[in-house]
Design a protein. Structure first.
Length: 270
């Protein structure tokens, strides 16, 4: 295992997601995007400072993918945060925030979360680092992986845009058109596809058990996180739209994440 390089990558990811100390959820949202983009650029910098036999265009292509992913995710979330500023200044919002005011997490708890997510983000970017450090020269498999990741990135971008457009027209109902006819969480599907591509791109370069374990654990974690996120989203939607016949009809016939897989609910219906 290239421990020194992993240590450098960990330091970069930790710095990039440290925004979570300002607001806890940023560890897993805006800081997540920053860390992935920063991790990709860090590996590119390592290559430029100490090139290996890996073709330069392969390193640039994967770095570009991670930067595009980070910009899309963090940019989307930052814009949403800015749009919420005006609402947060209203009297209604102030009253709501006051009622839901929670004690700030202890620093040691935040630090523990910070370390854990930083390690996870390193593991997610690790296929790119392993390809560089192992000096892998093949181009077919990484190219296939890149294509899959691009498809996933496009899918989740389109899904987010379709959801925003539909919510403007019908704020009282979940998105049901476009990609949402295929699955209820196409953005989560896109996320899974993106990281599937990242994992596949490194299949021909994983050289040790440690590298295989790191890549596999990272992939399993992101799939679990997406299904857990879909479960929590469904729970909120059931609480809000559970008495809505249109919502129930849609939810009962539309798979939640994977197309054609007849898994419609991740929560028990009351």
């Amino acid at each position: 295992m290239p421990w020194t390089l992993l240590g450098i990558l960990l330091a970069v990811c930790a710095v990039m997601c440290a925004v979570g100390f300002y607001k806890f959820v940023y560890f897993l949202s805006i800081g997540y995007g920053f860390a992935v983009a920063g991790g990709g650029l860090a590996v590119l910098a390592m290559y430029l400072l100490n090139p290996t036999a890996t073709p330069l265009w392969i390193v640039i292509a994967q770095a570009a993918l991670f930067v595009a992913y980070g910009i899309r995710l963090s940019g989307f979330l930052l814009i949403r945060e800015l749009k919420n500023i005006s609402f947060k200044k209203t009297d209604v919002a102030k009253d709501t925030l006051a009622k839901n005011n929670e004690k700030k997490m202890p620093v040691f708890v935040l630090a523990t979360i910070w370390v854990c997510v930083s390690v996870l983000y390193v593991a997610q970017v690790s296929p790119m680092l392993f390809r560089y450090s192992n000096a892998s020269t093949d181009i077919l498999v990484p190219s296939i992986g890149f294509a899959i990741s691009v498809f996933g990135l496009i899918l989740e971008s389109v899904a987010d845009n379709q959801k925003s457009a539909q919510k403007k027209v019908r704020p009282d109902m979940v998105a049901t058109q476009g990609l949402y006819k295929m699955v209820r969480c196409p953005n989560y599907l896109g996320e899974i596809i993106f990281w599937t591509g990242v994992f596949i791109s490194g299949i021909t370069t994983y050289a040790t058990n440690g590298q295989w374990i790191t890549a596999i654990v990272a992939y399993i974690c992101i799939v679990f996180i997406m299904f857990n996120g879909a479960q929590r989203l469904e729970k909120r939607q059931m609480a809000r739209y559970g008495e809505n016949e249109e919502y129930n009809t849609y939810a009962n016939k539309t798979p939640i994440i994977i197309p054609l897989l007849p898994v419609y609910h991740l929560n028990k219906k009351k």
